[in-house]
Design a protein around this ligand. Sequence first.
Ligand SMILES: Cc1cc2nc3c(=O)[nH]c(=O)nc-3n(C[C@H](O)[C@H](O)[C@H](O)COP(=O)(O)OP(=O)(O)OC[C@H]3O[C@@H](n4cnc5c(N)ncnc54)[C@H](O)[C@@H]3O)c2cc1C
Length: 461
Amino acid sequence: MDQRAAIPVTLPRDNPTQSYWQLEPDEIADLRSTSSLPDKADTVIIGSGITGAAVAFNLLSNGARDVVMLEARQACSGATGRNGGHTKAASYRSFLGHQKDHGTAMAAKIARMELANIRAVHAFARDHGIKCDSTPCDTVDVVYEAAQWELDQKAVKAMQDAMPDDDAAKYTLHSREDVWEKFFCGRGGDESVCGGVSYEAGSLSAYQFGVGVLKLCLAKGLNLHTNTPALNLEKLEGGGWKVETPRGVITAGKVVLATNGYTASVWKRFQGVIVPLRGHVTAQRPGLDMPKEGLPGTYSFIYEGGYDYMIPRPKGSKFEGDIVIGGALAKAPADGLEEYGTTDDTAFNEVIMKSLDECLRKYFGDNWGADNSEGRIRKSWTGIMGFSPDGFPFVGEMPGEKDLWVSTSFQGHGMVLCWMCARALVTMMGDGDEKELDAWFPEIFKINEQRLRLTFRGRLS
Ligand SMILES: Cc1cc2nc3c(=O)[nH]c(=O)nc-3n(C[C@H](O)[C@H](O)[C@H](O)COP(=O)(O)OP(=O)(O)OC[C@H]3O[C@@H](n4cnc5c(N)ncnc54)[C@H](O)[C@@H]3O)c2cc1C
């Protein structure tokens, strides 16, 4: 892993695989709000994914003016435009580890924030009329490993003991038979199901959500420059920052890095600290015997060493009934070691893609039926995530670097973290109530020197 973490992180690559979500790139994909770059701005945000968009929205809503956003590729073309669309926290799966390392209060705070993030994203889409197929629904984790199933039941109990009557600890356990009957898994396929856990989650097109938030920001005055990478940052003597791009230089009072897996390419202190990890996703046409009324919600399939995560496309959406499934990292040699350290989303790992291509028949067994005559696979693509040594995001002002702010490194879990982390960051930047922040934001997500010195050992849970 040391060698993978030491690979110099690059800027986002040209010509990435096209994601299902971007089959029709949005009208703002290549937008430059002004023909030339301004030479000055109060705030420059680097990155136009959900983090950059949410930071911009919060700043502009709090009255900020003169906010410029730089995006290396098309708008929202990083992880947010290429993910699995699953708003699912699975907080019980990390709860025992967080409790052991950071105490019960912190473990509970993280779980509450994750649920609050899911709810806030879907509520924002609804309240602002963002057309992104936002679908709050239940999810089920189908567990195929006996030891994991034992641990999951223990974790659910620990959470419910620690957080009685708390929505963030609401889980329902299902027997193997229940999973077969209610969730259409097992029979005729992989019948080694041990049980299942269901709880509140959701699905959406994160691309359309991100673009929708960007459009709200544009209406509030955001100056967006796509296809404009930030190449270098330099601190100015009298305060502020110089941001170099191929289209000129901007000086800014504040800079925000919303660059997730790519952060080390623009600020070297993150090399080996935020490690890129390439993720794989496919969109598949459902088998002909799958329930015509649709599946009851979203899924994850948990097996020894790893998991796959899956959403059905909701009623009324383009390609209604399609199944979007990602994961399979552990199926690659050495648990997917070669996927760490790469920013190459122009290509994919054939072992991982083959596993995703073939897994749905196994999971749904007899309920799948024959493949659609047009073929099972509609689209396959990859994207780049950012992982940190302790498994938590980095949020706050860069230690020793006044007015350089970050919200980054979301461990493949950004749809349940980025929104609230952006809100927290804007509070820290001076526009909000820090006391109120302490009530809900986990302090261990704040960036500090000690966390920057940890050694990356791989994905944590
Ligand atoms: C394949 C895949 C599947 C995933 N599935 C899920 C899922 O189902 N559920 C979930 O919760 N999470 C999932 N994630 C994780 C989630 O998508 C991310 O955590 C989240 O989108 C991060 O958002 P962000 O805005 O912080 O980063 P990004 O969306 O990656 O945005 C960063 C942006 O910064 C730009 N950029 C980088 N460097 C520069 C530079 N120097 N100059 C200018 N621009 C720059 C990039 O081009 C990019 O657009 C998945 C991720 C991947 C890759």
